[in-house]
Design a protein around this ligand. Sequence first.
Ligand code: CO
Length: 133
Amino acid sequence: MKIDHLGIATKSITESLKFWGDALGLENVHTEVVEEQKVRVAMLPIGESRVELLEPTSDDSPISKFLEKRGGGIHHIAVEVDNIATALQKLKDAGMQLIDETPRVGAEGCLVAFVHPKSANGVLLELVQNINK
Ligand code: CO
């Protein structure tokens, strides 16, 4: 396994790129809107991982709620797995609380599923299966 990306919530990707892009020196290689999750994402590779900037596209986006409560910060950590269905079943069998029982389509057409922070020390964990590999 590896850390696929760190999801960071922001009110404005454009504003955030002044830090992560211009000042720190990461490159924004991919931007897209994920309609289902009501977010716009920007992907900035860092080593074998990425920083994923998340900007809400509507007031009822999960990211809007997060920003209201915390004003930004790390929203989730995403771990890449070879087989997301197997990984979900394994967690379920271990009694862990899942947000998504079945995978859905996330950014870049990957299969993703979220594990509840209650089961992961307060961390929202995203499982990612890269189907483009
Ligand atoms: Co993510």
